[in-house]
Design a protein around this ligand. Structure first.
Ligand SMILES: Nc1nc2c(ncn2[C@@H]2O[C@H](COP(=O)(O)OP(=O)(O)OP(=O)(O)O)[C@@H](O)[C@H]2O)c(=O)[nH]1
Ligand SMILES: [Mg+2]
Length: 419
């Protein structure tokens, strides 16, 4: 008999800290997000502390008074975990753990832990393992292998493989080399697969955007698929590609991938680079934005910065403002991004408009050409019609002339019929 015991949530205290010069609303938004992240990792937030400082304390990041406050809060709430909404150096983590007497994680480690729990594919797991090791290595000051509290399990100690906490530096480096080699292998295979898709030159779209904005819901809507949708940060980790049928241009593909978040750990970006680069290979980007979020502007900025970092600015981008069903109409008026479309992936509102815009982008990637099919090859016109938009046909003396929109790849495929 299988008994499904309710999962025991870890009790956590989250700590926000910023400088006097930082924006306080940004600090609060980031904290609200940290609570979501903690929940996604399997923790219940039982206490909160915030400190705004003139400058950070090198040894502990936050001031000694705040450390005491957290210690008291910990005792009062029976929490076992403290998460700081900032990056911590190895020595800072160690000092804080000693002073507070509980496990202390920073935001990046919490995100890594969520990724470690969610990674499904072989490649995803390798990427997470690599990111965790990259995170751990510089923290191992003077042979410190992580505190004892951390060896007992719980958030921040999990990994797809043997965790870095159990290894020494030399072994970590060796293991990292091994993982990198394995990743190279997987990527070579995938690159070949992508190459074959490129050769057939199906126009491609990539859904990118902040986490929880509705990318997977939109993929499902566009392609009648059933990928996982959850009201949770980082529901999707591994990329999925599906076919979509667009008016006039016929078939194209859409890829859904991992979402972005502010202060995304750099190790994670590095480890997931290949996955993310796949989005960069798409012909057109669909930047999905949650119109209903009070943090919409900040979220868009994070994604825009990453677009810049990955050098994707030169790509055509459609700004897809999602969740119109639960946002104020005035908010639409304030949007200044173009080209844009307002949709609800949930109700289907605006989907036709979006598909039309996607078709327009595909058409821009293609050019109208004239093809001639002699009588004995006229059966090929049917195949052409499935791949591309035929704008008109004319009967000629010994065959048919077709005018069609072809992409570059299609041009080479149909070159024997080009006029
Ligand atoms: N009201 C409303 N909710 C939506 C809409 N689109 C998506 N959602 C909800 O938003 C939540 C997140 O949706 P997902 O599709 O998982 O979002 P995602 O961008 O793929 O998120 P990650 O994979 O975690 O980055 C789910 O609870 C969806 O049901 C919409 O148009 N309207
Ligand atoms: Mg998703």
């Amino acid at each position: 008999m299988s008994s499904s015991k309710p999962v025991q949530l870890e009790r956590a205290i989250i700590v926000g800290c910023g400088l006097k010069s930082d924006s306080f609303s940004e600090l609060k938004e980031s904290m609200a997000e940290l609570e979501e992240l903690a929940y996604a990792a399997g923790a219940e937030v039982v206490g909160t502390a915030i400190q705004v400082l003139p400058k950070y304390v090198p040894a502990t990041l936050i001031g000694s008074g705040k450390v005491e406050e957290i210690k008291t809060l910990l005792e009062e709430t029976n929490a076992t975990l403290v998460v700081i909404d900032h990056s911590l150096a190895g020595s800072q983590s160690r000092n804080l753990e000693e002073l507070i007497g509980a496990r202390v994680l920073d935001r990046a480690q919490l995100i890594l832990d969520i990724f470690a729990q969610r990674a499904q594919t072989y490649e995803g797991k390798l990427q997470v393992e690599l990111a965790q090791m990259m995170d751990q290595l510089p923290r191992m000051v003077g042979g410190w292998l992580g505190s004892h509290s951390r060896l007992g399990g719980g958030i921040g100690t999990r990994g797809p493989g043997e965790t870095a906490l159990e290894m020494d530096r030399r072994r970590i480096r060796k293991k990292m080399d091994l993982i990198k080699a394995k990743l190279e292998d997987v990527r070579r295979n995938r690159a070949q697969y992508r190459q074959s898709r490129k050769r057939s030159k199906v126009p491609s779209f990539a859904l990118i955007g902040y986490t929880n904005t509705g990318k997977s819901t939109l993929l499902n809507r566009l392609t009648q698929s059933q990928v996982l949708v959850k009201d949770q940060v980082f529901a999707t980790l591994d990329p999925t590609t599906r076919q979509v049928f667009l008016p006039e241009v016929n078939s194209a593909v859409v890829t859904d991938t991992v979402g972005f978040i502010r202060k995304l750990p750099t190790h994670l970006i590095e480890a997931f680079k290949a996955t993310l680069e796949e989005s960069g290979e798409a012909d057109v980007l669909l930047h999905v934005i949650d119109l209903s979020s009070p943090s919409m502007e900040a979220q868009m900025k994070v994604v825009d910065n990453l677009i810049h970092e990955f050098k994707w600015e030169s790509k055509p981008i459609i700004y897809v403002f999602n969740k119109v069903d639960k946002s104020h109409i005035e908010k639409q008026m304030r949007v200044k991004k173009f080209p844009r479309v307002f949709i609800s992936a949930l109700t289907g509102q605006g989907l036709d408009k979006l598909k039309k815009m996607m078709s327009e982008e595909v058409k821009k990637l293609s050019q109208e050409v004239e093809l001639y099919f002699p009588k004995d090859k006229e059966f090929k016109i049917y195949e052409l019609g499935k791949e591309a938009q035929i704008s008109r046909t004319e009967n000629a003396a010994s065959g048919t002339v077709c005018y069609a929109f072809l992409t570059e790849g299609q041009l080479s495929k149909w070159k024997e019929f080009l006029q």
